[in-house]
Ligand binder design. Sequence first.
Ligand code: ADP
Ligand code: MG
Length: 293
Amino acid sequence: STPVVTTCGIAQAAKLGLLIKGGSFLEVLGRLKVVALDKTGTLSEGNFRVSDVLAVGGISNVQHILHWVACVENKASHPMAVALVGYAHLHGVEPTGEVTEFEIIVGEGVSAIVDGHTVHIGNARMANRLGWEEVDKEIVDSWSSQGATVGWIGVDNIAVGMYSVADQLRPEAVEAVKDLKRLGIRVAMLTGDSESSAAFAHKKIGEVDIHAQLLPEDKVRIVQQLKRTGVTAMVGDGINDAPALAAADVGIAMGVAGTAIAMETADVALMTNDLRKLAIAVELGQSCRWKIG
Ligand code: ADP
Ligand code: MG
């Protein structure tokens, strides 16, 4: 009967390192038409590296700028924050200032008060909102063309610094996308990161639909749109991915790298962070359905 076949499938999936919460999700995977993939932490390693920090405003001392950065980002947990604190440390700067009113600005970055100064750290969306977009377009273009995300540092509402930060694609991600496409599944990339970093990843991954600079609610909206075209999975790892995981027909969390909230929301967890297992699970789902049918 159906439950026996399904149970067998779940046990096979578990051997592959896929934790499936309930038999129906394996059957759903077998009917999959669209996979939406988060970029940071899912297609990419989620280990950002800072390549440059420049002084661009009135304060020319980069050490000084790094002090503000380290203090604020030390309170944040985004992989870019970890990279920036690490970069400051490498340059002999520790987060020793007094930080109050730390805030995460969704889709933009962070802000806080450090030793009485208001510090903002974030992306182009933040720079535009705060009126810093005029700051050095040449640098922005040159860093962006290398696939990096450009960030801004502002103190007391004046841009004082810029940084370049980038992430590496997971080595197996390219193959995983190919495997999915070979199964006739459409692949979309969803990211809160910049257009340029998304485009750079896109060049390496091949034909996928890209959606960049998304807020968590944008990810949900796109998943809902994709669902109208066929059975849709969303794969993600972050706190911000949880609503989109919940909106999909099947939500898949990157198990090792994933946050607790993503794991809790997901229907399936990839316990190895190896995206290629997803295509194998789809085939498993297809074969189980065939046996039932
Ligand atoms: P994602 O996980 O897709 O990057 P987020 O909503 O977490 O989505 O972040 C969106 C963007 O906001 C990031 O790509 C980054 O540019 C910026 N950002 C978020 N947190 C920080 C931070 N702590 N420091 C600097 N920038 C940040
Ligand atoms: Mg993410």
